[in-house]
Design a binder for this molecule. Structure first.
Ligand code: BGC
Length: 765
C-alpha cells in the first residue's frame, strides 16, 4: 500500500515536472508566468557560498543564484572582481592542490594607460579566468569617481574624470563579455568613501550628480552593455541608493536606457520590497528572510506582483546569457591559463606606469645599483578586500633588475629581505592581516647614514621604492597614508644627499594605491616613476620601464595636489578618522542625517569642481596635473582641426614622434565652454581621448577623436535637461590638462536643449 502511494506520488511529481516550461531564450515570460510567487521570491534572492543546502561555490565565491531544475534554471555564480578572480587566499582543494588566479594591474593603472585596448585585453584575460573558475560573472569593473585621494578603494577605480572612467570601464566590460562571462559595473552611485560605507549619506546637488557621479556610468552604458550593474551601499541625499526609484529606475533605466540586471551590494540589508520597487532585481548575498519579506509584502499589498515579475524576468534574462545555462556540461578546469596571462599582466602593467619626473637618468642601463625601500623587495601587487587576488607569485623588483643584468648591493638585499619577512610576521601577529578589509602597511626600515654611505661606494645609481596599500571598508588617512612618514623622508633625504654628493643619481619608484604627497620631496630624486599597484608581474613591468624596454606612456588619471588641503572639499571627507569597526556602520543608522559630519553624511560642497576641474578653474598650482606623464621621446602635434559633423564634434591632429626612440602618445581633447545660462562652468573638461600606436622615431599618426555634440552640454537641474550654449568654445589638444599642445575655436551657431533620456544614445554596444 505504502509502495503504491509512493509510486503515485512520484508519478504526480514527474507529471508536474514535465508540465513546467523549460527555460530558453524565447520563453522567459512563459516561465515567469509558470513560477509561483514563492519560487520567484527565491529566484531574486541569491545566497553566499556559505549557504547550507546548496553546492557551495569555490572558496571566495561572492554569491550564487537559486537553481530551479524543474524549469531548467541553473544556479549562476558571481565572483569578485575587479582586478582578477578572487579566490579565498591559500585555498587548497581536497587533494591538497593550491589554486590561484592572475593578479592583473589594478584599476588606476589601467586608467592611466589612457588606452581602451589595454583595458579590453585585461578584461578578456579576467573573463577567461572567470569561466575557467566555474563562475559566470565577475564583480567588476569598480568605477566610482575619485572624489578624494584618500578613498580606500580608489585603487580599484579609474579616475577623477567621468569620461576617462566611463570609457575605460566600457572597454574592460567589452573585453570580459567577449569571452562569454558577464560583468557588474559597480557601485552605482556616489560611493566615494569607505568610512561608514554602509550608512553614509552622500549629499550633493543634482547637477553634480548628473555631470560627475552618474556621468561615468552613463558613458559606460552607451559604449558597453554590462550584464549587471551593482547598486552601492551608501545613501544619496538621504535615500539608500538601493531604495531609490529615481536613481535605479528613472536615471539608470529610463534616462540611460540600461537593459540589464541591477544587483545589490552584498552586506547592508535594506527594505526588500522597497528595493524591488526601486529597481533592484537580484539581492546578494541574499538572506532567506528577504524571500519571506517579499511574500509578506505581496500579501499585504505593499508590493505589487509586477515588480517581482520584472525582477524575476531580469534574473532569467541574465541566466540565459550565462555559461552555466548555455554550456551545462562545461567542466571548469579550475586552473586558469596562468602562463598565458603572465605576459599579459606584465605588458599591461608597463603601459599604465606614469613617469612623473626624469632629469635624464632614465632609462637605466644595467649597472651596480643600491636598491632601497622594503617594497623593492616586497612589492605590493594589489589592494585588499573584494579586489584581493590570491596569485601564484609576485615578481619582485630586486629579482627583475637582476634578471636584466643589474648588480644589486647584496648587503642591502639581505637586510631588506629579512626585514620584509619580519614585518610580514609582525603584521600577521599584531594587526591581523585581513584580506577583506583595511590597509595593513609595512613601515619603512630605518637605514643608517653609514649604511647608505657604504652602499654608495659600491653602486652607480640608487633606486628607492616607496609603497602604500589600502582596501575595502577603510579610507586612507592623511597623516599616515597620504604624507610620507619620518623614516621614508629620512631615507629619501639621506640617499639623495649621499649619492648626489658623489655625482650619482637617484630614482624613486612609487608602488602606491593612490595619490601621495610629493611636493615636499619631489625636487630631491632625479626621476620618479609611478608604478601604482601593478599586479603579480609588477617587478618585471617596473624593470621594463626603468630600462627603456618599454617607453612609458601612462598619464595621470587624477591630480597630484601640492597639499591635501588644496583639493576641493578636503574638509568634507573623514581624512583623519580612525576606527576599528572597519566593516560596520561607525554611526548608528538611527543617527542618520545628524552629526557627525563626514561619517554620518558627507556634503559634496565642491560640487562639480572635483580634481582638475577645481585646480584649473581656480588657477591653483599642483604637483602633477591630470594627464601628466613623461616619455623617453617627444611628440609634435600638427594640423589640429575641429569641426561639427552632424551631431558629432570631430577633432583630428597629427602626432609625430620627434624624439630618438619609439613611443606611444596619449591624446586628450578638452573643451572650454561658454557660460550660456549657467553662472559657472569648469575651465576645461575632457571630452575624448585615445592613444597612438607605437610610433617609430619620425613616424606620424593622425588621431581622430570624436564625441556627440550633446557632450558639450551642462546639466540644468531646474529644468532637468542638458543644455549646450551658443557661442565660441575652445578645443584643446593634448593629454596634460594644464599644458595643451594646441587649441582651436569651435563655434556653435545655436545652443540646444537635450532631454535627459536623449542625453545617452547607444553608439557602440
Ligand atoms: C563590495 C563589492 C563586492 C561584494 C562581494 C562588497 O562588500 O562592496 O564590491 O563585489 O562585497 O564581495
Amino acid at each position: 500500500m505504502k509502495a503504491k502511494a509512493l509510486l503515485l506520488a512520484s508519478l504526480l511529481v514527474a507529471a508536474s515536472l514535465s508540465a513546467q516550461p523549460k527555460l530558453n531564450e524565447n520563453n522567459i515570460p512563459e516561465v515567469v508566468r509558470a513560477m509561483s510567487a514563492r519560487e520567484k521570491a527565491l529566484l531574486v534572492v541569491g545566497f553566499n557560498s556559505a549557504c547550507e543546502g546548496y553546492t557551495p561555490g569555490l572558496p571566495g565565491t561572492g554569491g550564487l543564484t537559486h537553481p530551479f531544475p524543474q524549469y531548467g534554471i541553473p544556479s549562476i555564480v558571481l565572483m569578485d572582481g575587479p582586478v582578477g578572480v578572487r579566490l579565498e587566499p591559500d585555498w587548497h582543494d581536497g587533494e591538497g592542490n593550491a589554486h590561484f588566479t592572475t593578479c592583473f594591474p589594478t584599476g588606476l593603472l589601467v586608467a592611466a594607460s589612457w588606452d581602451r585596448d589595454i583595458a579590453s585585453q585585461i578584461g578578456r584575460g579576467i573573463g577567461e579566468e572567470t569561466l575557467d573558475m566555474g563562475a559566470d560573472i565577475i564583480l567588476g569593473p569598480g568605477m566610482n569617481l575619485l572624489r578624494n585621494p584618500l578613498n580606500g578603494r580608489n585603487f580599484e577605480y579609474f579616475s577623477e574624470d567621468p569620461v576617462l572612467s566611463g570609457s575605460i570601464a566600457a572597454a574592460y566590460i567589452n573585453g570580459v563579455q567577449e569571452t562569454g562571462a558577464g560583468t557588474s559595473a559597480k557601485h552605482f552611485a556616489a560611493n566615494s568613501q569607505e568610512t561608514n560605507r554602509l550608512d553614509g549619506d552622500s549629499r550633493m546637488d543634482t547637477r553634480t550628480l548628473r555631470e560627475l557621479y552618474t556621468r561615468g556610468f552613463e558613458i559606460c552604458l552607451r559604449e558597453s552593455a554590462p550584464w549587471t550593474v551593482m547598486a552601492s551601499y551608501n545613501l544619496l541625499n538621504g535615500i539608500y541608493t538601493q531604495e531609490s526609484h529615481d536613481l535605479l529606475t528613472k536615471i539608470l533605466r529610463k534616462d540611460f536606457g540600461y537593459k540589464g540586471l541591477v544587483v545589490t551590494d552584498w552586506t547592508g540589508k535594506r527594505n526588500t520590497p522597497l528595493q524591488l520597487h526601486a529597481g533592484i532585481d537580484l539581492f546578494m548575498g541574499g538572506a532567506y528572510n528577504q524571500t519571506e519579506h517579499i511574500l509578506a509584502s505581496l500579501e499585504d499589498g505593499s508590493l505589487q506582483m509586477k515588480d517581482l515579475d520584472r525582477a524575476a524576468t531580469k534574473v532569467l534574462e541574465l541566466v540565459v546569457k550565462s555559461v552555466s545555462f548555455r554550456r551545462p556540461s562545461f567542466e571548469p578546469p579550475l586552473r586558469p591559463d596562468l602562463e598565458a596571462h603572465a605576459p599579459l599582466a606584465r605588458m599591461t602593467a608597463a603601459e599604465g606606469m606614469v613617469l612623473l619626473k626624469n632629469n635624464g637618468v632614465l632609462p637605466l642601463s644595467p649597472s651596480r645599483t643600491a636598491l632601497f625601500g622594503v617594497y623593492s623587495y616586497d612589492l605590493i601587487p594589489g589592494g585588499n578586500g573584494a579586489a584581493f587576488v590570491s596569485c601564484p607569485y609576485v615578481v619582485q623588483l630586486n629579482d627583475a633588475l637582476k634578471e636584466e643584468g643589474f648588480c644589486l648591493d647584496p648587503g642591502l638585499e639581505s637586510l631588506y629581505k629579512r626585514y620584509a619577512s619580519f614585518a610580514e610576521a609582525d603584521l600577521a601577529l599584531n594587526h591581523r592581516i585581513n584580506v577583506h578589509v583595511g590597509n595593513p602597511q609595512k613601515g619603512e626600515l630605518e637605514i643608517t647614514r653609514g649604511l647608505i654611505e657604504k652602499a654608495e661606494k659600491e653602486a652607480d645609481v640608487a633606486v628607492i621604492t616607496l609603497g602604500r596599500t589600502s582596501g575595502e571598508a577603510r579610507d586612507r588617512i592623511l597623516g599616515r597614508d597620504f604624507l610620507l612618514q619620518e623614516p621614508e623622508v629620512e631615507l629619501l633625504e639621506n640617499v639623495c644627499e649621499v649619492f648626489h654628493a658623489a655625482g650619482k643619481k637617484v630614482v624613486v619608484v612609487l608602488n602606491i594605491c593612490g595619490v601621495v604627497e610629493t611636493a615636499s620631496w619631489n625636487y630631491l630624486p632625479d626621476a620618479i616613476l609611478c608604478a601604482w599597484l601593478p599586479g603579480e608581474e609588477g617587478g618585471h613591468a617596473i624593470a621594463d620601464v626603468l630600462t627603456g624596454r618599454v617607453n612609458p606612456s601612462g598619464r595621470l588619471p587624477m591630480t597630484f595636489p601640492l597639499d591635501y588641503f588644496d583639493i576641493a572639499g578636503a574638509e568634507d571627507f573623514p581624512y583623519n578618522f580612525v576606527s576599528d569597526k572597519a566593516n560596520e556602520s561607525v554611526v548608528h543608522p538611527e543617527r542618520r542625517g545628524l552629526d557627525p559630519k563626514n561619517l554620518n553624511y558627507t556634503d559634496y560642497t565642491e560640487g562639480i569642481y572635483v580634481g582638475y576641474r577645481h585646480f584649473l578653474s581656480r588657477g591653483l598650482d599642483v604637483a602633477y596635473p591630470f594627464g601628466h606623464g613623461l616619455s623617453y621621446t617627444s611628440f609634435d602635434y600638427s594640423q589640429p582641426k575641429v569641426l561639427q559633423k552632424g551631431d558629432r564634434i570631430v577633432a583630428t591632429v597629427t602626432v609625430t614622434n620627434a624624439g630618438p626612440v619609439a613611443g606611444k602618445e596619449a591624446v586628450g581633447i578638452y573643451v572650454h565652454a561658454p557660460l550660456g545660462s549657467f553662472a559657472d562652468k569648469p575651465e576645461r573638461e575632457l571630452k575624448a581621448f585615445g592613444k597612438t600606436r607605437l610610433l617609430r622615431p619620425g613616424e606620424s599618426q593622425v588621431m581622430e577623436l570624436s564625441f556627440p555634440v550633446r557632450d558639450l552640454a551642462s546639466f540644468n537641474s531646474a529644468l532637468s535637461r542638458w543644455e549646450t550654449a551658443k557661442g565660441v568654445y575652445t578645443v584643446y589638444f593634448g593629454a596634460d590638462c594644464s599644458r595643451p599642445a594646441a587649441s582651436l575655436p569651435l563655434k556653435l551657431g545655436k545652443g540646444r536643449n537635450y532631454p535627459v533620456s536623449r542625453a545617452c544614445e547607444p553608439i557602440n554596444r
